[in-house]
Ligand binder design. Structure first.
Ligand SMILES: NC(=O)c1ccc[n+]([C@@H]2O[C@H](COP(=O)([O-])OP(=O)(O)OC[C@H]3O[C@@H](n4cnc5c(N)ncnc54)[C@H](OP(=O)(O)O)[C@@H]3O)[C@@H](O)[C@H]2O)c1
Length: 241
């Protein structure tokens, strides 16, 4: 049975991706940090689909947290088919106000954790039949958005990590990215902020977590000749000036 690891599986995009992978027949290792009720709920939902599920709690801003996730996977399997690096943080701060601590925490969770978690699990990925890695990047990793310098830099790094690992881990391991625009608005967005964003989206709507989950399934299951590629999942927003 194929096995997939999803970080940040308890809420929103991670939750939808978990359910899509369960429906596609994967057994799962599900990670969460704070959303333990969400993790428990999505584990139960995936189990009703007949999948074997393991869970792990870890703070991915620390190297101990990253190693804890890797150790959990090693304790339940000798091979790993899919990693979806979904966990990430998003924070609006003017460039001149970003502290070193904020900068480092951003890079630790959004970039260092995927970097070293994949490294820690390489022997298991190499033991799988057709392994595949997905990074959740952001269209803001290729275009500047004011007040998100530390976030944009982290996602730009993740974009390059996608290409770097697609080359260095080839031909056996494929590595791709999904680059969302606005998928499920942050809960604190006002109606005016939502309307203003949607005016810039040719598709005329926000994305949904299920849109992301469908792209994950396409990349890991249906696209064996695609590697080193990042899909813009943004309703056309990045296609226009
Ligand atoms: N939603 C969008 O429109 C959008 C747009 C562009 C890119 N993305 C990217 O897509 C991914 C998922 O987005 P989302 O909107 O579903 O995110 P979200 O609702 O903000 O959830 C963040 C996820 O990251 C995990 N996380 C945060 N800090 C962590 C830490 N210190 N250690 C371990 N896990 C941590 C959270 O786990 P717990 O809740 O368990 O703590 C949660 O599962 C992110 O990488 C995000 O940057 C999303």
């Amino acid at each position: 049975m194929a096995l997939a690891l999803i970080t940040g599986a308890g809420v929103r995009l991670g939750r939808a991706t978990t359910l899509a992978l369960a429906e596609a027949g994967y057994d799962l290792v599900l990670h969460a940090n704070r959303s333990l009720a969400g993790l428990s709920e999505v584990r139960d939902a995936a189990e009703t689909l007949g999948r074997a599920i393991h869970t792990v709690q870890a703070d991915l801003s620390t190297s101990e947290g990253v190693e804890n996730v890797a150790a959990t996977v090693r304790s339940v399997a000798t091979s790993l088919d899919v990693i979806v690096h979904n966990a990430g943080i998003f924070e609006r701060v003017a460039y001149e106000a970003i502290t070193r601590e904020q900068y480092r925490t951003m890079q630790a969770i959004n970039l260092e954790a995927p970097f070293f978690l994949t490294q820690a699990l390489l022997p298991l990925l190499r033991a799988a039949h057709a392994p595949s890695i997905i990074h959740l990047t952001d269209i803001g990793g290729e275009r500047a958005v004011s007040r998100y310098a530390h976030y944009g830099v982290s996602k730009a790094g993740l974009l390059m990590l996608t290409r770097q690992l697609a080359v260095e881990l080839a031909p056996h391991i494929r590595v791709n990215g999904i680059s969302p625009g606005t998928v499920a608005f942050p809960e604190d967005y006002t109606e005016e902020q939502r309307a203003s964003l949607l005016r810039r989206v040719p598709a005329g709507r926000e994305g949904t977590p299920e849109d992301v989950a469908r792209a994950v399934i396409f990349l890991v299951r249906d696209a064996p000749y695609v590697t080193g590629h990042v899909i813009a999942l943004d309703g056309g927003r990045s296609a226009q000036l």
